[in-house]
Design a protein around this ligand. Sequence first.
Ligand code: GMT
Length: 381
Amino acid sequence: MSSPLNIGIVCYPSIGGSGIVATELGRSLSRRGHQVCFITYDFPRRLEGVTEEFHYHHVDVPLYPLFKFPPYTLALASTIYHTVNEHSLDILHVHYAIPHSTSAFLAKQMLCKKSAEKLKVVTTLHGTDSELVGQMPSYKPVAEFSIESSNAVTAVSEYLKRVTLETFDIEKEMHVIHNPIDTEVFAPPSNDWRMNRNVKTIAHISNFRPVKRILDVIKVFDLIAAHIPARLVLAGEGPDRSAAEWLINQLGLREKVEFAGSQNSVSQILQDADLLLSTSERESFGMAIAEAMACETPVVSTCVGGVPEVVQDGVTGYLEPVGDIQALAQAAIRILSNPQKQVEMGKAARKLIIERFELETITDEYLRLYQSVIQSEEDCA
Ligand code: GMT
């Protein structure tokens, strides 16, 4: 290994996709002997109970009666500034542009003026930061500026790179580094008894935001359950949960649906599932999809965003149009009523994940990028 680096990671500490990517990458870097400092407003959920060593820098956002809105961006910039001075970070990797890359830019300017330390910043775009929130007029100019001001920018899929370059005026080269999957944690169960049971288990994992179209999950499940004995496990929490519960009751599915709540680790749910169902109208990558595939669990998903870069239609699962309840249900029934197909698709799915998204391979890609950024000239303009 080349000499260990001091790496700062800024992320949302929640168990959403970008937080998962940031924490899994941080763990992998720490296992390789690099010093990793997480800078967040809360201890990252996926770091709870892990054995790797980290520094954790809490972003304290003091309230003051004059502030209607807590100025998190400023508090984060100051925390980055202090962390760089304390640990001499070689690189700061910010996950999710808004507002993280803006805080990083501010910290970089402060360090240029007030410290011997210099800061190199890598921004990773995860999807909603450039596609959705970043397009809002209140955020667009600053998001565009902050992304462009990073030393390097990555997108989690070719799709996301394309839409970001189409919708933002950015000249900086954008690297595509797909998301990492820990295929030791996300692996088929040692005693895979999924084929030996009569009731099929369908899993859905999301933050229940409107973009996930959770009601479509329930409507699709309703059609599946009319054909084959099946149960649905819904993991996650979010704004559309009440609507989901209402529809489940309306359709008389209460006995067949389990709400598993918000989980730090979803590997067991995925190992126990015969199929993962995703009905999103947007998805720049689809972490739950890739994690399911690593567990040899085939996927039926809407064909959106970066999902076709993860799911090979007809080989590792099926991709159908957004909102096409019939097509999604028929695809699921095709897999669940044919055990041989389910096994073949599951095995092909894990093979694909190992080939393209293995944690160690993706960590190497990020480290190569960090090294090239560290070696580049930094001016204080
Ligand atoms: O899916 C979400 O709403 C959460 C969001 C996030 O930033 O945590 O997920 C985005 O980033 C993930 C990690 O790169 C991707 O796997 C998800 O596809 C992406 N979500 C969307 O594009 C809607």
